[in-house]
Ligand binder design. Sequence first.
Ligand code: AMP
Length: 217
Amino acid sequence: MRLVLLGAPGSGKGTQAALLKERLGCAHVSTGDIFRKNLKKETPLGLLARSYMDKGALVPDEVVLKMVSGRLLEPDMKAGFLLDGFPRTIAQAEFLESFLAERGQALDAVILFDIGDEALVRRLSNRRTCRSCGAIFNLLTLDGDGHSCPACSGELYQRDDDEESVIRNRLKVFHDQTQPLIDWYGKKGLLSAVDASQAPEAAYGDIAAILKRHGAS
Ligand code: AMP
């Protein structure tokens, strides 16, 4: 399957992608994760991306497209993929469409994670990620001390861009630049929405039903 997970920051794309990756056995590509890995290693790409990420702005399309086209050509993508956080602009969506068409391929579905802004701010400001295994948790529902990962005991940290003023800007950027994709994919008949304010297990159930309609087992 070739899927795009489309939704505002904090809508649960990363959590669902981790579950879906297991189920579908295909590659999970998170452009945000790729930027964060580059940032940690202080590569030129990471240092360039940081100036945008710190403000909650989008990294320019030409930088993202160069990085993503390299990733899309890697062998593990042949079995299908889950794109999480890409595309985020119409230019990126157009690029993806022609990149796939040139190879006789197309997306199977775009899953929209539907949720209001206030719920997102609450979620993001309570989001914690494990430094060791990358698992994502929410302090509001986490059964533990909020400092160590319940899965592997690694250290839990708050992403710099989950600070409230940055969150507000990321949501504005989502509405201005990414929301037009909802219409764009809707007109192509590719879009299915899930209520992303539900608990992860319930949202997963809805996504599984959508995928079944698209022929996934
Ligand atoms: P995410 O983890 O998906 O929320 O992404 C974190 C940050 O990485 C975003 O706020 C952007 O600065 C940058 N980023 C990730 N994906 C993209 C993309 N497709 N286009 C532009 N910037 C991106």
